[in-house]
Design a binder for this molecule. Structure first.
Ligand code: GLC
Length: 478
């Protein structure tokens, strides 16, 4: 049985700020289902609900070197839904509000990377593969080569690194090299961890891991081009033989329209009448006029540039010239939060906004909206469009990255497709595509067929977990 340890900075149901947390919460379950012994290791943040930690057992207290510092680390273990989670505790680094955004994030995650490697002999679990995710865990592969490879317990370990978003790289001033990573200046070169005069967690991971994956095929190609490469496209091109795109799935147990835990009227593709009840509920909950014939456009998104919020801002007035309602849930850049709050004040009968994070309301938007807007400028995979489809909200997306790979554009002649997409990233393209969708919305028969096709799209974790499993066995056979 292949054994895999996933190292990540977030995991559902403990902590989540975005799609990374969903992936780490769901992928191991599916891997276990396929006979891979997959486990997860993450920091024990203050933000993890106390009740969740009730069942945690602290198994060891160890010391972890962070440069000249010796930091304590508590190894906690907890079983959840058949998955073993290891939580690494250190109050100095993690007993504070929020996951990221502290001035010493470089030190906090240097500690975490080192602590994962130090903890390995104490886990009672000897992984064949160490699978790290995003920049926070990027130094694991580097430190493994630098400090642990010669020890027998680490000699055969293979490493996989998944890029969930190349934009966030973890680049920091070079003095951390010796001071926090115990690395000599020979590591400060472009084929190791140096990037534009800084120490880069992301670049270190790309250089040192046995295999690189990212979360869709299109994004795997895009990041090899200067436009999307954030300065690392050349390096990624040179590693193209060890880079694969595996599109994410969604947790079918968590995102299931037949499950009444979050929505008032559970439904499926054969009971779209009930779906319309959810729409009325959503309109009422958001304080909008309750009217079945008015199309509801939903958005659940971080409110940041890359998610295409500037397009929405530019197109808003023209969008609202259509007879429609817009429901928005999200948080992010303050300017965008204010923009939407202001729009809701100006158009109280058409726009309703909730700033924040609310996983119940998110599902009620998926289940109650007719169209789901996701005009991201860049989208490595995107999970919300998959959730929306599963709940029968037809996605309107910019054809990029995972959005391009998961939403099949509607073909008027054959009636095939699972949503709408536009190629040019501009407000006019967004508007005309929403216009087309709203025209089809008037044709109830064709529309219901499209809703059902979207609901049937197979976005479970099964295919992706299968591809990871193949990758793991190939690597561990090497
Ligand atoms: C990041 C990406 C998003 C992806 C998620 C999970 O949040 O921005 O596109 O779906 O990671 O891989």
């Amino acid at each position: 049985m292949i054994k895999v340890l996933h190292a990540a900075a977030e995991a559902v149901p403990f902590v989540k700020t975005g799609g990374l947390g969903d992936v780490i919460g769901a992928l191991p379950k599916e891997l276990i289902h396929r006979g891979v012994d997959a486990r997860v290791i993450l920091p024990r943040y203050r933000d993890i609900a106390a009740e969740m930690l009730d069942q945690m057992v602290v198994t060891h207290r160890i010391t972890v070197p962070v440069g000249w510092r010796q930091q304590v680390c508590e190894i906690g273990e907890i079983q959840l839904d058949g998955v073993t989670f290891y939580l690494l505790g250190n109050d100095y680094y993690f007993d504070r509000a929020g996951l990221y955004g502290h001035a010493d994030d470089h030190e906090r995650f240097a500690f975490f990377c080192r602590a994962v490697l130090e903890a390995l002999p104490y886990l009672g679990f000897e992984p064949d593969i160490l699978h790290s995710h995003d920049w926070h865990t990027g130094m694991i592969s580097v430190l493994l080569e630098a400090h642990y490879r010669q020890l027998p317990a680490y000699a055969a370990l293979k490493t996989v690194f998944t890029i969930h978003n190349l934009e966030y790289q973890g680049n920091f001033a070079s003095d951390m090299l010796g001071d926090m990573l115990d690395l000599g200046w020979e590591y400060f070169s472009p084929d190791r961890v140096e990037f534009s005069g800084q120490v880069s967690f992301m670049k270190g991971a790309i250089n040192f891991s046995d295999w690189i994956t990212t979360v869709s095929k299109s994004y795997a190609e895009q990041i090899q081009q200067p436009e999307y490469g954030h300065g690392l496209d050349g390096l990624l091109r040179s590693r193209a033989d060890r880079l694969t795109g595996i599109v994410n799935g969604i947790d079918f147990a968590e995102y299931n329209p037949r499950n009444g835990a979050y929505i008032a009227n559970p439904f499926d593709g054969r009971s779209l009448r009930k779906r319309r009840e959810n729409k009325r509920h959503l309109q009422a909950e958001m304080g909008l006029p309750v009217a079945e014939e008015i199309p509801v456009l939903g958005m659940v998104s971080r409110l940041v540039d890359s998610k295409g919020i500037p397009l929405i801002a530019e197109a808003l007035e023209a969008l609202l010239a259509f007879p429609c309602q817009l429901v928005v849930l999200g948080q992010g850049q303050e300017a965008y939060e204010q923009f939407f709050a202001e729009a809701a004040r100006r158009y109280p009968r058409q726009v309703a906004v909730k700033i924040g994070f609310d996983s119940g309301l998110a599902r009620r938007i998926f289940a109650g909206s007719d169209l789901f807007l996701m005009p991201s400028r860049v989208e490595p995979c995107g999970l919300s469009q998959l959730n929306a489809m599963r709940y029968g909200s037809v996605p309107v997306v910019h054809a990029t990255g995972g959005l391009k790979d998961t939403v099949l554009p509607y073909q008027a002649f054959s009636g095939e497709g699972t949503g709408f997409s536009f190629a040019e990233y501009d407000a006019a393209a967004l508007l005309s595509t929403v216009g087309q969708a709203l025209t089809l919305f008037q044709d109830k028969k064709a529309w219901n067929k499209l809703v059902q096709a979207a609901m049937r799209a197979n976005s479970s974790w099964q295919p992706a977990a299968g591809q990871y499993q193949v990758l793991y066995s190939q690597l561990s056979a090497k």
